[in-house]
Design a protein around this ligand. Structure first.
Ligand code: ZN
Length: 64
């Protein structure tokens, strides 16, 4: 069951409107924003892992 991210009202799974029927929240924006934030956090975590890994590797740039 889908829920409104703002007022937590239940939304019909068959309702694909862009705004909550109860509070008028922009559902597309809310979901998009949430996803974007999750992606950004994931990307940042991944970047940190890569950077940490690279720092552990012996640097061979000078020999090339
Ligand atoms: Zn709502």
């Amino acid at each position: 069951m889908r829920k409104c991210p703002k007022c937590a009202a239940r939304l019909s799974p068959l309702y694909f409107g862009a705004a909550c029927r109860h509070c008028g929240a922009d559902l597309l924006y809310y979901h998009f924003d949430e996803r974007l934030e999750q992606d950004a956090q994931k990307a940042a975590a991944q970047e940190e892992k890569v950077q940490r890994l690279l720092r552990r590797l012996p640097l061979r740039r000078n020999k090339q």
